[in-house]
Design a protein. Structure first.
Length: 594
């Protein structure tokens, strides 16, 4: 940032005081330091500990009306960083960060300078999206990314040793915990794999994708359900990275033609983490996906998951039943397994024999007998389930009902005095009944064995650090029956460092619970259509996933665009049912349309 005059510095300092970020005494001390030693008021405040760099950037960005950021590894594409000559970038005090189509995001000390933006457009042939950065922060990363040749060794050497310190067990529950830094000191490949994992943990990622490409390797993290490219190792390292991951996953590094699976137990940031490793051959090389299972980052509390009020009471009522079948439905990645674990957590005690059949076992629960499916030796869901019945179980959890045979054994188990919990891939609760019928299960068996259904989705929540107000597009408001709320302000995230400039941070569950009451059992016994079920639900005032999702918008927890996106499949299924059966707009009772 250009050197501030004393008058400008005073105005900035007074603004920080008004915002409650610093005290008048801290401002006076910083102004005194600036007068005697020169420099900028902001840097003086940061050096004295009165304010953090992040808070200062946010305050300056609000004052200038531009986005601000604190530079870090993963935010900068090394190839894009070099799209401007080093001398020019240092003269202009800029650093290109990344490029999306024809727009390049550039960190600038003076983002409000239009002549400088024009110069950057001429150099890059791109439209420029400026973001504010502090000069000291910029200089540090210019040195790291604008060097003549940035190697992996120099990249890793620029990081603090504590950033890449991870320990691991060579296999789950086998051998001592080993310090990787002592074991293979100085290996850039090993440190880079450690860095990938640790960065993913700190970013709250659920998966890490290590993908081959013609120009090298792409490393993408799935954060809050969305894939984002965070690291891009140099060309020629892909095979070494894959081999390293296979070694710690106890996989065959010589086998590159067939998919493989492995598992790693890590201690990182003083907490134990499990990684599920999957390799898949592609035409450009092997792709690796690491699924991160961080129990410390998962809550099995129903309130925390988002199941509250009447929905929680209905679910707990079903879970406390001595026998019957409970089915949790939703697409892959919607949190079904977490919901099942939460139900088991309610039932865990010394007097209850709980047995699970999973593929794979994701989290280990105490006093729960968990069985891993192993197709290679013939241990599938059906065989395990039949054997479990001779183990005197009270509660059985089946990871997924995939076919008619598994469904039949689960239903027979429920009818013979066991509480059975499982998952099903359907869009919503009414559709789950029809899915069982389509699988060949007789309606009378469904009505006599199933206690109820839970359908769920995960919606991203607005980042608290950059929450702001906006007016949603009129067509979206009209789509959900809120056309009369055109002049009403709603909440959204503006995008900041805390949320990787997405506007979202974290996710919350959206649930609909359908209990098989007496009338619904009667309808199901008559071999119904999905429309028959929806008509009954509309008459009793049952609320759909879409309607529950809109509650998040009203509370300011998520955006209209987000909840419409995650409930799109459920709304389409409801529309098809209405069109096929002539259902008279069941959503009209709440003003919600498909």
């Amino acid at each position: 940032m250009a050197k501030l005059t004393i008058e400008t510095a005073v105005r900035l300092g007074e603004q920080l005081v008004r915002d409650g970020l610093i005290t008048p005494e801290q401002l006076a001390e910083a102004l005194s330091r600036q007068k005697s030693g020169g420099g900028r008021i902001g840097q003086a405040l940061v050096e004295s500990g009165a304010i953090t760099s992040t808070a200062l950037v946010q305050a300056l960005s609000r004052r200038l009306g531009v986005k601000g950021c604190v530079l870090r590894h993963g935010l900068i594409d090394p190839k894009i960083a070099k799209s401007i000559p080093k001398e020019e970038a240092e003269r202009l005090k800029v650093l290109p960060l990344f490029r999306i189509r024809d727009e390049m995001t550039v960190a600038m000390v003076e983002p409000q300078s239009l002549p400088m933006q024009d110069r950057l457009e001429a150099l890059t042939d791109c439209s420029i999206r400026p973001v504010l950065v502090l000069e000291e922060n910029l200089a540090e990363y210019q040195q790291k990314y604008l060097a003549a040749e940035v190697t992996v060794d120099s990249f890793l050497a620029s990081m603090e040793e504590s950033d890449v310190r991870i320990t691991e067990n060579e296999a789950i529950d086998e051998g001592p915990v080993t310090d990787l830094d002592r074991m293979v000191e100085g290996s850039p490949v090993i440190n880079l794999v450690n860095l990938m994992i640790l960065t993913a943990l700190r970013a709250g990622a659920s998966d890490v994708h290590i993908e081959p490409d013609r120009d090298g390797t792409h490393v993408r993290y799935r954060i809050d359900g969305q894939l984002r490219e965070m690291l891009k190792p140099p060309k020629g390292m892909h095979a070494a990275l894959v081999s390293r991951v296979k070694v710690i996953g106890r996989m065959d590094i010589a086998e590159k033609r067939l998919p493989q699976e492995g598992r790693v137990h890590l201690v990182a940031d003083r907490r134990e983490i499990d990684l599920r490793v999957s390799s898949m051959p592609t035409i450009l090389g092997e792709k690796i996906v690491l699924r991160i299972l961080d129990k410390a980052n998962i809550s099995f509390e129903l309130d925390t998951l988002g199941i509250r009020g009447a929905d929680r009471q209905m679910l707990e009522g079903m879970v406390r039943s001595p026998y019957g079948l409970i089915l949790v439905t939703g697409p892959t990645g919607s949190g079904k397994t977490t919901t099942l674990y939460s139900c088991l957590d309610l039932l865990r005690d010394e007097a209850t024999n709980i047995v699970t059949i999973e593929d794979p076992v994701e989290y280990q629960l105490s006093i729960v007998n968990q069985i891993q499916v192993n197709e290679r030796v013939g241990l599938n869901f059906v065989r395990a389930l039949r054997s479990i019945l001779r183990q005197d179980p009270d509660v059985i959890m089946v990871g997924e009902i995939r076919d008619q045979e598994t469904a039949r054994v689960a239903i027979q188990s429920a009818l013979t005095g066991h509480l059975v919990l499982s998952t099903l891939h359907t869009n919503d609760c009414p559709g789950s009944v029809m899915r069982l019928i389509d699988m060949g299960i007789e309606p009378y068996l469904i009505s006599s064995s199933v206690l109820g259904f839970v359908a769920q989705r995960l919606a991203r929540t607005i980042c608290a650090s950059c929450k702001t107000s906006y007016y949603p597009p009129h067509d979206l408001l009209k789509k959900v029956g809120w056309a009369h709320r055109t002049n009403e302000l709603f909440q959204q995230g503006e995008g900041c460092r805390e949320c990787n400039n997405t506007g979202f941070r974290g996710r919350v569950g959206i649930y609909e619970v359908m209990v098989m009451d007496h009338e619904l059992k009667r309808i199901v016994q008559q071999d119904p259509s999905e429309t028959d079920i929806r008509v009954h639900l509309a008459e009793i005032g049952w609320r759909t996933l879409r309607e529950k999702a809109l509650d998040l918008v009203d509370r300011g927890d998520s955006t209209l665009e987000e909840v419409l996106s995650v409930t799109r499949a459920e709304a389409l299924a409801m529309d098809e049912s209405e069109n096929a059966g002539g259902l008279a707009e069941p959503a009209a009772r709440s003003g919600v349309t498909g």
